[in-house]
Design a protein around this ligand. Structure first.
Ligand code: GDP
Length: 596
């Protein structure tokens, strides 16, 4: 049976190219909102951080109606660090809308998601958005997109895709540039005509592959997936099985079943093949589980969840400072919060350490972890984190492997030299260089993830804020050897789980200094001038500065240029601790060493 009443689509877009605005507009025009009601909240990026950083982390769904056809829009994560998510999500849909900014053109992150869509043979609608921008260059951008398709070995059919021009902001789409814009109808029409309806046998044995997990305080875990086969009903008995875990075989009863409608979920009693459903009431439901008829429990294979590549310690901030303002966080709070995150974020790993004061949190890249840190800070959690460390692996011969990233960099020509120099010294290999007409240079580097830790801040300084860097995990490769960081002057020290690590700091900017002596850790700000140790000046560390720097490890490591472990003796060569101690009673706050 063809479900002509349904279309399942995903929208792919580079950050800021207008995906959220477009979905909001489709929702508005599809009549979900009464005409006098504004879209109060932006639909897909409902998380503050996502909004600020312009990325979509967890996939959320929405459904709009056009001519009695339900269009399920499955959100795709906008950042490639969440690559595993993308593939699973795309398995639920029958086609994608690729949104590309009419000025900026195709971007590397778009390429990553698009490649996955093309590999899955999904039809693509190209939507050139922001055509209202005065500097828009839609025709050129179309050529660029077609080039991208060819780069990605798109089939002839895929190359023959429809193009639409839109201004999500003004709420209209057109098929030809000389058309008079009216509304979003051309996009709605293209979606229902070009994207195939899902198909299947409603009478076959039930199979629902759980592709994402939602979490709600009241109902707990909610599995979201497509009915791949048959029909699922309330009160039906199902077998919960998993293709990667043959041991998992559990009989469950479907107590609550929902479909998506606008921004909400509505309860239904039955859903047939092709529908996107949400199921609550099964505590043990996980991504990759299949709900099947008990008499024929066949698990559907799924894309394995991407493994973490980077770890940080999250530590209880037991400093006397922590109690003064903000929320005091006990290890139980921290633990609960971190483990709760695992309900919805499957790429994250949280492990206990030898002490209850500290947890090892691993994720996909620096960005992934820094988003979590920021989220938790906003919720009022006070805690400390160590700097990021990459997770190594060994191959079957015991050779050390490390995570590698592709870095795509666009910089004005005059900065290309310094970027190449810096990244090369961080073991990056230049794999491509392209000078565009506008004086901008595109550089492509393969670089150990380790070499990128802390690089972004430096990059911004080096390119005077004019550079753009995008990175994509490229898999594990042979360990590239130690990175020799050059000494740049003044000193910074920061804590890791077990010890206090001292490192050199690029003294062009301020940084926080931690000096460990015996059981005590002293903290202060240093302001270095001319990058010379003798110019280092120690300032009083206000609580705010201390917590900020210590707790937002990712941000901090963005500023660090030369993390390197020094012994205390070596560290003392750079800074006079006695002098520090002298100002201790009045100015410097003392906190207990985290791990005695
Ligand atoms: P997302 O990151 O892809 O979800 O992008 P958003 O929808 O958040 O849009 C990013 C920015 O582009 C916002 O400031 C929007 O107002 C703006 N924007 C979105 N669509 C358009 C458009 O059609 N024209 C113009 N001029 N700006 C747009």
């Amino acid at each position: 049976m063809k479900r002509e009443d349904i279309r399942n689509i995903a929208i792919i877009a580079h950050v800021d190219h207008g995906k959220t605005t477009l979905v909001d507009e489709l929702l508005k025009q599809s009549g979900v909102f009464r005409s006098n009601q504004e879209v109060a909240e932006r639909v897909m990026d409902s998380n503050d951080i996502e909004r600020e950083r312009g990325i979509t982390i967890l996939s959320k769904n929405t459904a709009i109606f056009y001519k009695d056809i339900k269009i399920n829009i499955i959100d795709t994560p906008g950042h490639a660090d969440f690559g595993g998510e993308v593939e699973r999500v795309l398995k639920m849909v029958n086609g994608v809308v690729l949104v590309v900014d009419a000025f900026e053109g195709a971007m590397p992150q778009t390429k990553f998601v698009l490649r996955k869509a093309l590999d899955l043979d999904l039809p693509v609608i190209v939507c050139i958005n922001k055509i209202d921008r005065p500097e828009a260059r839609p025709t050129e951008v179309i050529d660029e997109v077609l080039e991208l398709f060819m780069d990605l070995d798109a089939s002839d059919e895929q190359l023959d895709c429809p193009f639409i021009y839109a201004s999500a902001k003004s709420g209209h789409a057109i098929l030809e540039l000389d058309q008079t814009p009216e509304d979003m109808v051309p996009l709605f029409e293209t979606i229902i005509n070009y994207i195939p309806a899902p198909e299947g046998d409603p009478d076959a044995d039930t199979q629902v592959l759980i592709s994402t997990i939602d979490y709600n305080e009241y109902v707990g875990r909610i599995g979201v997936g497509k009915v791949d086969n048959g029909t699922i009903k309330v009160n039906q008995e199902c077998m919960l099985v998993n293709a990667h875990d043959p041991e998992k075989q559990k009989k469950v009863k479907i107590s609550k079943l929902y479909e998506f409608d606008g921004l909400t979920k509505v309860e239904v009693t039955t859903a047939t093949v092709g529908s996107i459903v949400a199921i609550s009431g099964i505590a043990d439901i996980h991504i990759g589980d299949t709900l099947c008829s008990p008499e024929n429990p066949v698990a559907i294979p799924f894309q394995k969840i991407s493994e973490p590549t980077i770890a940080m310690q999250f530590m209880v901030n037991d400093s006397p400072l922590a109690g003064q303002e903000g929320k005091f966080v006990t290890s139980r709070h921290l633990r609960e919060r971190l483990f709760r995150e695992l309900n919805t974020d499957v790429s994250l790993r949280v492990e206990e350490t030898d002490t209850t004061e500290s947890y090892k949190v691993s994720g996909r890249g620096e960005l992934h972890l820094s988003v979590l840190i920021e989220n938790m800070r906003r919720e009022g959690f006070e805690f400390a984190v160590s700097k990021a460390e990459v997770l190594y692996k060994k191959d079957e011969n015991g050779k050390l492997l490390e995570p590698m990233e592709m870095a795509y960099i666009d910089v004005p020509e005059e900065f290309a030299g310094s970027v190449i120099e810096k990244l090369s010294s961080r073991k990056g290999e230049l794999q491509g260089m392209n000078v565009s007409g506008g004086g901008s240079t595109r550089l492509e580097f393969m670089i150990p993830a380790r070499g990128l830790i802390g690089y972004r801040g430096e990059f911004m300084t080096d390119t005077k804020g004019n550079g753009v860097i995008n990175t994509i995990f490229d898999g594990y490769g042979p360990y590239k050897g130690e990175i020799q960081y050059r000494k740049q002057g003044s000193l910074i020290a920061y804590e890791t789980g077990e010890s206090i690590t001292y490192g050199l700091f690029n003294a062009q900017e301020r940084g926080t200094l931690f000096i460990g002596a015996g059981e005590k850790v002293y903290a202060g700000m240093i302001i270095g001038q001319n990058g010379k140790a003798e110019d280092v000046e120690v300032n009083v560390c206000k609580r705010k500065q201390l917590t900020n720097t210590r707790s937002s490890g990712a941000d901090e490591s963005l500023k660090l240029t030369t993390p390197r472990t020094l012994s205390l003796e070596q560290a003392l060569e750079f800074i006079d601790v006695d002098e520090l101690l002298e100002i201790t009673p009045k100015n410097l706050r003392i906190r207990k060493k985290i791990l005695d």
